[in-house]
Design a protein. Structure first.
Length: 141
């Protein structure tokens, strides 16, 4: 398989699997930290209307979803690409960061959460994914 196609497949897999991790954590988050009383979190409109009811603990799972989804996606992409794994891991981080920015625009979350999420959940996790990949490849090669 040509390197371009292998890199493209690794990147696509990182996006899909990282997105699945993100969505999986979001899906189970209500069972771990229940939403506020009276909040409809099943639709974007309901979430927007109920955002003022959310307390700091309600933002833990979304942050973890964004961070772990990015970490897994970046790790897998960096592990399977043919060349420049750090560059591709950062590509995944930037891709998920764009999703984070769109969330900040669409949802009226508190400013502190928007800053913590955008600064801490995407690029640092992509970097960590690249570093973990390099350590694992060094150890087992």
């Amino acid at each position: 398989m040509k390197p371009f196609f292998k890199n493209a497949l690794a990147t696509l897999a990182g996006i899909i699997i990282g997105g699945a991790v993100n969505m999986g954590i979001i899906m189970i988050s209500g069972a771990i930290i229940p939403p506020p009383e009276g909040a409809d979190v099943t639709t974007m409109e309901g979430l927007q209307e109920a955002m003022h009811l959310f307390q700091p603990q309600h933002f833990v799972m979304p942050f973890l979803a964004h961070a772990l989804g990015t970490l897994v996606g970046a790790f897998l992409t960096a592990y399977f690409v043919v060349s420049e794994p750090k560059k591709w891991a950062f590509f995944i981080g930037c891709f998920f960061l764009l999703g984070g920015v769109s969330n900040v625009v669409m949802l009226p979350a508190p400013l502190w959460f928007s800053i913590v999420d955008l600064v801490g959940a995407y690029i640092p996790m992509a970097y960590l994914g690249a570093i973990l990949t390099a350590k694992i490849k060094d150890k087992y090669s």
